[in-house]
Design a protein around this ligand. Structure first.
Ligand code: NAD
Length: 328
């Protein structure tokens, strides 16, 4: 099939090319899918998109006019897709439900340790040949209480690592995961998790039930001085409320791989560009906030698995009219 791959990056192209060899013809563009770039899909059988592409109703209608009936997501999250509209237009959408929960869980831990042990700041001082230790005091993670919001594949991988640190594990989820229970995770209400955890890590999807799950009211329940990690989706947190919680020292730090308004910002080269998003600039200015630009998934193993499953989804759709990872 002829496939138009949107939001191509040099990090994923070689994996997709290798996975598609001899099966599908891939054409790569750097443009994210949106109302303008959707017009490029003329003459293709399938399009493939990434996590910040716009797969809203208006965009799907243009794809439909161009006879696209299958959208292959190269992500696990599908909060950027209007699934109802896709269904009404008879456009099948498939995701990559599992590519490496370890990639994201390990990044969450890396961020926690980098912030806690002040590794970024210590490198800056080191390069200046300032070898004093005074501003670099961290804390033992051992024996701390870790609260995990969402104990699916990634949350459970994160729980397994934190168990290795010797932490007490609390969790909040709409359903209990036996794999998490085996690790000794104790399920509690969201309020109990927030008020008892020294470290809180978010691993639930973004949907109508989790949008702004951490609101101003919820931040007021958080144990004073705890650290918040978000590698899930930015809008699970009300960013304005987060900023207030940092300013009031309700939380002592945040590790954020995702940001509520990252679309159009992350995955792009913004050097020499004036960024006008005040919330983002404020977060970037805090010394106790560590930001990465949605890179938690970025391991060789994850890229390999994303490519293999994406191509497999397309092949199944071509053969059977649906794939095993269809979202409707
Ligand atoms: P998963 O489906 O295996 O697990 C999600 C868990 O969240 C499930 O246990 C589910 O019951 C729970 N959940 C759903 N609604 C909830 C609610 N209202 N309150 C509490 N828990 C709720 O998904 P996963 O593979 O573990 O991925 C989790 C999320 O991580 C994805 O949806 C995606 O948004 C994000 N993600 C981020 C990156 C990254 O690079 N930063 C990469 C992959 C995935």
């Amino acid at each position: 099939m002829k496939v138009l791959v949107y939001s191509t990056h040099s990090f994923d192209r070689p994996y997709l090319e290798k996975a598609a060899q001899g099966i599908h013809q891939l054409h790569f563009v750097e443009d994210a899918l949106d109302k303008d770039s959707a017009k490029l899909s003329t003459g293709y059988d399938v399009v493939s998109v990434f996590s910040n592409d716009d797969v809203s109703e208006g965009v799907l209608k243009i794809l439909h006019q161009n006879n696209i009936r299958f959208v292959a997501l190269r992500s696990a999250g599908y909060n950027h897709v209007d699934l109802n509209a896709a269904k009404n237009l008879n456009i099948r959408v498939a995701n990559v439900p599992e590519y490496s929960p370890y990639s994201v869980a390990e990044h969450a831990v890396a961020m926690l340790m980098a912030l806690n042990r002040k590794l970024y700041f210590s490198q800056l001082l080191f390069q200046l040949q300032d070898f004093r230790l005074d501003p670099l005091v961290g804390f033992d993670v051992h024996k701390k209480t870790v609260g995990i919001i969402g104990t699916g594949k990634i949350g459970t991988a994160f729980a397994r690592i934190m168990k290795g640190f010797g932490c007490t594990l609390l969790a909040y989820d709409i359903k209990e995961n036996p794999d998490a229970l085996v690790l000794g995770v104790q399920y509690v209400s969201l309020d109990d998790l927030l008020s008892n955890s020294d470290i809180i890590s978010i691993h639930c999807p973004l949907n109508s039930s989790t949008y702004h799950l951490l609101s101003e009211k919820k931040f007021s329940k958080i144990k004073k001085g705890s650290i918040l990690i978000n590698t899930a989706r930015g809008a699970v947190i009300d960013t304005s409320a987060l900023i207030k919680a940092i300013e009031s020292e309700q939380i002592s730090g945040a590790c954020l791989d995702v940001y509520e308004f990252e679309k159009g910002l992350y995955f792009n080269d913004k050097r020499n560009k004036v960024i006008t998003d005040d919330l983002f600039l404020k977060l970037k200015s805090f010394p106790n906030v560590l930001l990465t630009a949605h890179q938690a998934f970025l391991t060789k193993e994850a890229l390999q698995n994303i490519a293999t499953t994406t191509i497999q989804n397309m092949t199944e759709w071509e053969k059977y009219g649906k794939s095993s990872n269809d979202l409707w």
